[in-house]
Write a protein that binds this ligand. Structure first.
Ligand code: GH3
Ligand code: MG
Ligand code: MG
Length: 455
């Protein structure tokens, strides 16, 4: 894994030391010797990660971090606070101002690589999702991730066959408001996925099972893959822990486990995995929102245009016809005027259902807007499309629409215009224009009928 790291420290010797360690692992290193410089470089160079000293004259690390996080141009760059070993309070304070992680001085090689590696892996996923979300956002799916959503108490499952250390960690977590379960209490881990566990704490020192094998198993199993794993190991097991990180564990804590450290690690891991979850859901929804009409569940105009273009292109290439049926509800304005807009909406939803039920699976039913609907019919010559349109017309006119608000039945009819592709010169605009003209003819000829424009 290679990345550009910005090292911020007022003391040159500290910067050089971190630089040497990072360059030995093939990272590219940039320097800043004070907070202001760090902000400038972060903005212009956009490093993948920032290692930020806490104690600096002038703007200290906390203030620098705050400003980095407040600026949308730099807020997504993960920040690791570098604190002196003595001030354990400072660690938590770093996380409070938005830092993603912390390291204690003197910076240990293993801890440095574990932190940086875990952050980069996390950030790769998060930035991919953010990008996809950004393209979804343009389609109108905006919603803010609430802090509450991210910082609810965690559900932690502790897998450690030593009853003493296991219970000690569980109690620390419970004291802090988290829900902790130990393997010894649960008996087995068969329903781990159903428990909605956020974090697994896995002790490498356990004798009765191979922690790394277990770690690999969780990461390979679909239902447990997204659970963050924190490994606990003693000084002598660091190499093994390093392997665990390669396999997919998110973090490592060296035992004996310090309360502050455990809380901070659990908190960051929970935030990260929930943030990823929220982003992922948003991306899914965003993609959906960008092509689906929210009222009827039919495809919207954007999707209609892209599909019609493709279908017409395939038609020209393969020599098969394509037709479109443009439908418009008759006197819909009077439905709104008589019964209200909500009833109008119900009619639109019911109409969408009848359309869906009366076309073939390959047909694409769209609501480009208002009370107008367009059905794209691939591989369909004009006469068949007219027959299909007639079937739709009948399905609408033959039975009244039952609307629940007010529990009444309303008679609805629609008019339809059909057009068929004429050849490779025919454009989408031409095709839909002809359908529109046909629809206009159906309206002027008395409504509740189908017309087509002969090619
Ligand atoms: P015509 O037979 O000539 O098509 O008459 P019409 O009344 O259906 O046509 P007009 O274009 O005059 O009115 C369409 C109405 O559709 C006006 C508009 O308020 C209503 N409408 C458009 N979109 C929606 C919607 O999403 N919900 C509801 N309830 N009404 C809508
Ligand atoms: Mg300093
Ligand atoms: Mg109408």
């Amino acid at each position: 894994m290679s990345a550009r790291v910005l090292v911020v420290d007022d003391i040159e010797a500290n910067r050089r030391l971190l630089q040497a360690k990072l360059e030995a692992q093939y990272f590219t290193v940039m320097h800043a010797e004070n907070g202001q410089q760090a902000l400038d470089i972060a903005r212009t160079e956009k490093p993948e990660i920032i290692l930020l000293d806490v104690m600096m004259p002038g703007m200290d690390g906390y203030e620098t971090c705050k400003r980095l996080k407040a600026d949308p141009r730099t807020s997504f760059i993960p920040v690791v606070m570098v604190t002196a070993l003595s001030d354990s309070e400072d660690r938590v304070r770093g996380l409070d101002v938005g830092a993603e992680d912390f390291l204690t001085k003197p910076v240990d090689d293993f801890a440095l690589m574990a932190r940086v590696g875990a952050l980069l892996r996390y950030n790769a996923v998060a930035s991919e999702l953010r990008q996809r979300q950004a393209s979804g956002l343009k389609a109108g799916a905006v919603e803010v991730i609430s802090d509450e959503e991210i910082s609810r108490p965690s559900r932690v499952f502790i897998i450690d066959d030593n009853p003493r250390t296991s219970l000690r960690m569980a109690n620390m977590l419970r004291d802090d408001g988290h829900v902790a379960t130990t393997l010894l209490e649960a008996g087995d881990m068969s329903n781990l996925a159903d428990m909605g566990v956020d974090i697994l704490i896995l002790s490498i020192s356990s004798q009765s099972f191979d922690a790394l094998k277990l770690c690999a198993h969780f990461k390979m199993t679909e239902s447990t893959r997204s659970i963050s794993i924190i490994l606990v190991c003693d000084q002598s097991e660091r190499q093994k822990a390093g392997k665990g990180l390669d396999i997919g564990a998110s973090d490592v804590i060296i035992s004996p486990v310090d309360r502050q450290e455990l809380m901070a690690r659990v908190r960051t891991q929970t935030r990260r995995s929930r943030y990823i979850d929220v982003l992922r859901k948003r991306v899914d929804r965003g993609l959906e929102l960008s092509v689906i009409d929210q009222l009827t569940g039919l495809y919207n105009r954007r999707y209609m245009v892209s599909q019609l273009q493709q279908v017409m292109h395939r038609s020209v290439m393969g020599g098969k016809p394509v037709s479109v049926v443009m439908c418009d509800i008759d006197h819909f304005k009077s439905v709104n005027d008589t019964y209200g807009h909500d009833v109008g909406d119900e009619v639109l939803v019911e109409l969408a259902n009848r359309l869906r039920e009366n076309v073939r699976p390959m047909d694409i039913v769209c609501r480009p807007g208002g009370e107008e609907f367009l059905v794209i019919m691939p591989d369909t010559p004009g006469d068949l499309a007219c027959a299909a349109a007639e079937r739709i017309r009948r399905a609408v006119a033959s039975a009244p629409f039952h609307v629940s608000s007010g529990s009444r039945d309303i008679s609805i009819t629609l008019s339809a215009g059909v057009s068929t592709i004429t050849g490779d010169q025919d454009t989408m605009a031409d095709l839909t224009k002809r359908a529109d003209t046909a629809l206009y003819q159906a309206k002027s000829a008395g409504r509740n009928r189908v017309e087509s424009i002969a090619a």
